[in-house]
Design a protein around this ligand. Structure first.
Ligand SMILES: [Zn+2]
Length: 185
């Protein structure tokens, strides 16, 4: 069985090196839809795979990208300085912010969140199955576990600007997750 939860964010980016000149040379935005697919080997005490109320940290993570600029960390320093100078909400990321890049990045982080989520109601072996990122109404990229072999990054490679972290309900979640992630590799 697979269950699915949908999230949204309004994000800005440039996709360097892509074929479309419009996309690679202009800051622009999309209304992203993120679908998270979750599987398990059995039902919890409430006959659920996982209660969606357990996804609060996933929501907070994805909302960090809302009204934010997604800055590829391989941009040149002059461009980075410009983005940071004129934008409060910036997430620096180790992948180019294509739908594919987001799907891989989100899979990696949401998987870490799941591994760190306590089982409180008899849940089984909850596993992240895939993450689908829709950049437009007609196209999406879906990342699966095996696709993580295409990329190589660590949680330290993500940087949230202070305006984003100040809005987090749980201020410690990112540092706690990083510690957990490095201890359980
Ligand atoms: Zn775009």
């Amino acid at each position: 069985m697979i269950i699915r939860k949908q999230f949204k964010f309004e994000g800005a980016h440039i996709v360097r090196n892509c074929t479309s000149q419009r996309c690679r040379e202009n800051i622009h935005g999309h209304s992203y839809i993120v679908e998270v697919f979750i599987t398990s080997d059995r039902l919890d005490n409430g006959y659920m795979v996982m209660d969606f109320c357990r996804l609060k940290q996933v929501k907070e993570f994805i909302e960090s990208f809302d009204h934010s600029y997604s800055l590829w960390n391989r941009e040149n320093q002059e461009f980075k300085d410009f983005i940071y100078r004129y934008n409060k909400r910036v997430v620096e990321i180790p992948v180019s912010p294509s739908a594919e890049g987001y799907a891989l990045l989100f899979f990696y982080i949401i998987d870490q969140i799941f591994r760190h989520t306590e089982r409180l109601n008899g849940e089984g072996n909850i596993r992240l199955y895939s993450v689908r990122v829709h950049e437009t109404a007609t196209g999406y990229a879906e990342a699966f576990r095996e696709d993580l072999s295409w990329v190589n990054f660590r949680m330290d490679d993500l940087l949230f600007s202070p305006d984003i972290t100040a809005g987090w309900i749980n201020q410690e979640w990112w540092d706690k997750l990083k510690t957990f992630s490095y201890e359980n590799r």
